[in-house]
Design a protein around this ligand. Sequence first.
Ligand code: G4P
Length: 535
Amino acid sequence: MTTAGSVTAPPADVLREADRRRTFAVISHPDAGKSTLTEALALHARVISEAGAVHGKAGRRGVVSDWMEMEKARGISITSAALQFAYGDAVVNLLDTPGHSDFSEDTYRVLAAVDSAVMLLDAAKGLEPQTLKLFDVCRHRGIPVITFVNKWDRPGRDALELCDELVERIGLQPMPLTWPVGEAGHFRGVVDRRDGQFIRYSRTAGGATAAAQERLDPARAEAEEGAEWTRAVEELDLLAASGGDFDLDRFLAASATPVLFGSAVLNFGVRHLLDLLVDLAPRPTPRPDVDARPRGLDAPFSAFVFKVQTGMDPSHRDQVAFARVCSGVFERGMVVTNATTGKPFATKYVQQVFGQQRSTLDVAYPGDVIGLVNAHSLRVGDTLYTDKPAVRFPGLPSFAPAHFAAVRPADLSRSKQFRKGIEQLGAEGVVQILRSARRGDGAPVFAAVGPMQFEVAAHRLDAEFKSPVRLDRLPYTVVRRLPDPAHQPLVDNNRGEVLTRADGTHLALFPDSTALGVLKRLHPEVVLEPLVAGT
Ligand code: G4P
């Protein structure tokens, strides 16, 4: 993978280097085409950077399969790593948001490390549950979102209907920058709304390289595409009437989203997406510290850890901490201070974030992600810095859990280790630890965004603390914040349970929305607040 010619620039260029960075993640539901889009983006950048390089299907597959190979080699498939590539003068950092069964709190935390997100929708499915959850986090954090409607080469929903869904379900104003000509499944190309021209796509063999494109003026498009062109133009008129024109401020304020239509597998629209990211997506900005003072990008080095990954294989207990650089220049070998402990951390072994390979990283700038190897002392939320005065960024929030399991030691003689382990995993954010007087201190409940977190926690208790555990999944699916714990008996009486998180938040858990509905009807005085994804 091209890793940008950036790494040799002198420290004085930090502002210029930061300005080149576009750090984003793709948010989507499994199967929407995230892996396909990731490789298409990387391939596109490479094809364009190395003009003339043609990669067949085998080459195209390379980017992603290597990535997965890396994951296998580490014996764990829950990485939130990043792929870095140069595109024109920009350096693009694409952070991975794990999905499928490995959807977890880490997936959400990645969004604390990006400056923008691409919301990838399957044209036939529109907004799906996992996308909605991730979008909630983006909304909560004010992250600008670009929408890419994928799989337009296959039969799917109507473009206007998909746009309406954005407004109606999530209150996000769509601002299409392109508009499809030909309904889903009969994709001819798009109208470029900037100049009204028709960009006609033609398939390349296997969709392996950048798709061939042709620009036609509207008169010729009408002559050649007939009714399909006319329909697209009429739909665009409707859109313009409903306020769908592009407005940069609204995009940056995260209240409206530019929309592109395409097909990742055929490379339709991918280049447009890259151009859009480079032209309009936010660059790194000064990050506020715990006292809400923004830290200038050219201040001395600082970063925060947004993910810690421990190998599942006890024989090579490597631990990699992923940190996003917030200010200054990172140079390998630097000794950084962990603001939480005040202790130094030597950065001799620092990886280039994972793309195709695990290579050594020498220099990084604001917006980049560094992987610190053997980072046993680092925890999620830690701030790293070099020069005094110390800086500390706000810790990462907890997220609304969706899965619950009671945990107890399988071997009672290891109770002490069990307690120590639970405390440690809670502090690291591997799982959330919930307790109640009824269950007792020695029998906490694990709460997680995805069930994979339970497996990781149980494995670590066994492998690191020598305390094997028993997990009993609890049948709760609905969770609310209960501001007044005095209402606990009412929750209990309605098939619910109240548990308290380490941050003091009282959570009311219910098996289903019927139980919640009954309680609300019988006791309207009980305040139950939805848990925002990022709280
Ligand atoms: P994910 O990472 O979001 O889970 O999705 P992934 O890229 O693995 O894509 C899921 C499936 O959707 C794959 O098909 C992929 O080829 C297909 N796909 C992705 N983008 C497009 C698109 O623009 N158009 C069409 N028609 N299909 C698309 P698969 O059958 O599961 O795998 P494969 O055998 O094709 O690799």
